[in-house]
Design a protein around this ligand. Structure first.
Ligand code: BES
Ligand code: MN
Ligand code: MN
Length: 451
C-alpha cells in the first residue's frame, strides 16, 4: 500500500477539521472564522514542511503564503486556492448541518467541501506526502491562498499586480474546477470573467397609494423589469450595443472536441439542474452557450411589498443585483461601460437608474499546448486510468487572468469536483475517491515535472 493510501483516514479527519470552520467571506460576523481558516491552512503548510510560511496581512482577508525552494534548476509551481466559502443558506435544505461535515456513502457533505477547502487541502497533503516519503520535493513549490474569492475581493489582485519577487513561478496550479464527468480526468482551459452590478432605481420620494396615484406615478420595479428586458431578449441574446464585439468564437478543433464529449442532455436538464427545459441562444450548442458566450443574469430584485397578504403600494425605490459573465477577449471595464450606457438608454420616464459595479474579473483562455498542462494531463491519466479531457467552464476564477497578465504564467486547472457537487447550494459535497485521487494526482504531477 502506498503512503497516500495508508493515510486516507488521517486526510479525511484533517479535512473535516478545516470544514468545521465557517469561513464565510461575505458575512462580516464571520471575520474571526476567516482568520481561523487562514491560520489552519498556515499551520498545515508549516507541518507539511514548507518554509517561510506566513499570513500576509493587508486591507482584506489574510493571504497565506508558503514556499519550498530546495530544487535549484527545476521549475517553480505556484499553488493557488481559496479558504473562504459561500454562505450556506437555505439552511433547512441541508440533510446535515453545513459546518458539521458528514460522510454519507462515498461523499463528504459540508459547505466548502469541494469549493474550495477540499481542493486546497488536497494540494497541501500532496506536498506533505512527498516531503514525508522523500524528504524533499521534485520541483520548487509556492502556495498563495486567499480568503475572499467568493466575494470577488480584489486584494489578492492588488498584491499580485505589485509583482512581489516571491511570486515568481513558471506555472500556477489551480484546483478549483470540476471534472466533466465521474471517472473522467479533466483540465479546464477557459473560464468566464464577470462584472457584478447593483442597479438602483428611484421614482417618487416616498411610497405612494397605488389607487390614488396609480396611472400617474412612476414604478421603479416595473422600470427594473423594462430595463432588464431591454438588456436581454427572450431568446437569451444580449442587446447591449457592442457587447459581442470582442467575443472570440471557439476554434473548429475545440468545437469538435466538445461535440464528442459523452453527454446526456435530458439527464443534465432534469436531474442535474432539475429544470423542465434548457433555454438560451437558439442554434448555439450547449457547451458553447455555457463556456464560450457571455451572459446576463439577474440574481435578485428588492423593493416594494413582499410580505404576507396584500398591500397596495407603489414603491419609491427598488434595487436589482445583476451580473454579466464575460468570455475572451471581452474587457470588464469596457463591458461595464457598455452596460451602463444601455441602462441609461433603456431607463423609462419618471425614474432615475444608477449602476454600481460591485466587483469584476477578466475571462481567461489558456493554450493547452504547454508542457505544464501536458504533464498534468499525464499525471491525471496515470491516477484515474483514463485519458484526460480538456474543457472550459462557465464559472469564474479571477486570479487566473491576473496570473496571466501580471506574472506572465499559465494556470493549470486540474480540478476534482463533479457536476453534481452542489457548489454554492445546499448539500455541497466532495466525492471522496476524487479527494484521494486528487492528492495522488498532484503529487504525481510534481514528480513528472521534476523528471
Ligand atoms: N470555484 C468556483 C468557480 C468554478 C466553479 C469554476 C465550477 C469552474 C467550475 C469559484 O469559487 C466561484 O464560485 N467563483 C465565482 C466568482 C466570484 C468572482 C464571485 C463565480 O463563478 O461565481
Ligand atoms: Mn472556488
Ligand atoms: Mn465558489
Amino acid at each position: 500500500m502506498s503512503y497516500y493510501q495508508q493515510h486516507q483516514a488521517e486526510f479525511l479527519e484533517g479535512l473535516k477539521t478545516f470544514l468545521r470552520i465557517p469561513s464565510i467571506s461575505t458575512l462580516s460576523e464571520h471575520k474571526p472564522d476567516i482568520r481561523r481558516a487562514a491560520e489552519f491552512a498556515r499551520n498545515e503548510l508549516q507541518s507539511a514542511g514548507m518554509t517561510n510560511v506566513e499570513l500576509i496581512e493587508g486591507k482584506g482577508n489574510p493571504l497565506v503564503y508558503a514556499e519550498w525552494l530546495g530544487a535549484p534548476g527545476k521549475p517553480t509551481i505556484l499553488f493557488y486556492g481559496h479558504y473562504d466559502v459561500q454562505p450556506p443558506d437555505p439552511l433547512d435544505e441541508w440533510k446535515s448541518p453545513p459546518f458539521e461535515p458528514e460522510v454519507r456513502g462515498d461523499n463528504i457533505y459540508a459547505r466548502g467541501a469541494v469549493d474550495d477547502k477540499g481542493q486546497v487541502y488536497l494540494q497541501i497533503k500532496a506536498v506533505e506526502g512527498l516531503m514525508k516519503t522523500t524528504g524533499k520535493l521534485p520541483v520548487n513549490v509556492k502556495f498563495l491562498l486567499e480568503g475572499e474569492e467568493e466575494t470577488g475581493g480584489e486584494h489578492i489582485e492588488a498584491y499580485v499586480r505589485s509583482k512581489p519577487p516571491r511570486l515568481q513561478a513558471d506555472a500556477a496550479v489551480v484546483c478549483d474546477t470540476e471534472m466533466f464527468a465521474p471517472e473522467m480526468p479533466t483540465i479546464c482551459v477557459g473560464l468566464r470573467g464577470m462584472v457584478y452590478y447593483e442597479l438602483f432605481v428611484e421614482g417618487a420620494s416616498h411610497d405612494l397609494h397605488s389607487g390614488v396615484y396609480g396611472g400617474a406615478a412612476p414604478n421603479p420595479i416595473q422600470a427594473i423589469a423594462e430595463i432588464l428586458c431591454a438588456l436581454k431578449d427572450r431568446e437569451g441574446h444580449i442587446l447591449i450595443p457592442g457587447f459581442y464585439d470582442r467575443v472570440i468564437p471557439p476554434s473548429v478543433k475545440e468545437r469538435e472536441a466538445w461535440a464528442s464529449l459523452p453527454f446526456d442532455e435530458k439527464e443534465y436538464t432534469e436531474k442535474e439542474m432539475g429544470a423542465r427545459e434548457l433555454v438560451g441562444e437558439p442554434g448555439v450548442p450547449l457547451f458553447e452557450r455555457v463556456w464560450a458566450r457571455p451572459t446576463l443574469e439577474v440574481h435578485g430584485i428588492r423593493g416594494g411589498f413582499t410580505g404576507e397578504g396584500a398591500k397596495t403600494v407603489i414603491p419609491a425605490r427598488a434595487t436589482a443585483k445583476i451580473s454579466t459573465r464575460l468570455v475572451a477577449d471581452q474587457r470588464p471595464d469596457e463591458a461595464a461601460d457598455q452596460l451602463r450606457a444601455a441602462v441609461k438608454a433603456a431607463c423609462p420616464k419618471g425614474v432615475i437608474a444608477e449602476v454600481k459595479v460591485l466587483h469584476s474579473g477578466a475571462p481567461s483562455l489558456t493554450n493547452p499546448d504547454n508542457p505544464f498542462i501536458h504533464a498534468a494531463a499525464a499525471a491525471m491519466k496515470e491516477v484515474f486510468g483514463r485519458d484526460t479531457v480538456y474543457i472550459r467552464s462557465g464559472g469564474s476564477i479571477p486570479i487566473v487572468g491576473v496570473f496571466d497578465r501580471y506574472l506572465g504564467i499559465p494556470s493549470v486547472m486540474m480540478g476534482f469536483g463533479l457536476p453534481d457537487d452542489n457548489l454554492h447550494a445546499p448539500n455541497e459535497k466532495f466525492h471522496l475517491p476524487n479527494f484521494y485521487r486528487g492528492i495522488e494526482a498532484v503529487a504525481r504531477y510534481l514528480e513528472i515535472l521534476g523528471e
